[in-house]
Unconditional design. Sequence first.
Length: 256
Amino acid sequence: MVNFRFFLVLLIVFLPGVFFLGCAKPPDAEKAAAKASMDAAMASEAAKYAVAEFDTGRKIWENADILIKGKKYQKARQHYLEAREAFDKAARAAGEGKKTAVVKAQEMIVALEDQWEKLKNAAAKVKDRKVKKAWMADEQVFKASLKEAKGLLVLDPAAAMGKINELQSIQARWEAVVPKDKGKVTTAVADQMTEKQKSASTSSQMEQKVKVIGNRDSKRYHLPGMKYYHAVKAYHRVEFDSEAEAIQAGYHKAAR
């Protein structure tokens, strides 16, 4: 009986310590599992097509990292488990989000083609040579960008939306210039159109395909040669094919 009581006392004294030691270890396994889920979500392009779900996982992950630094391992463990669940949810949602983006881009392309055909009919009535020349140049750009947008539609609808944004800019420019009446254009308007076309052409030449790195936390993007181009962490990082695509996604150019 005495031995039993002694054994019971030992359990009461040492069991909390054993439990504490178990909780005092960093949750490496849970962190690794959450990281694997985050990588899978990024591979499924959740950062583009399931933004809310992916950002939820990222924020939980960041909070877990903060808890680790404070050696609050038990709470960190729970956060990593929740982050893993959020990233898994983002990966599942990405497929449906991409399908939705494809449908939206398709609808916008159809609308652009329809409106451009109407503008083409109106532009055919214009007599001014400067405007005709500007129209022909922009029409070539429009057709090329439209072809690119269609080519990107299924594989990368987010990039297709960047091209659609360029097409909308060209269309809006001509809607402001091509008259709805008998095709009369004043000399002042013709000169204005020519200057706009030249400016757009110059911008198009400058807009080379470069890898633009965005920070989804700060909503800033960085170009090659900028100070923080290679410093954006993986869980903040999102890549774009051009500045136009980054701007279309709501990002702003970093100061340096």
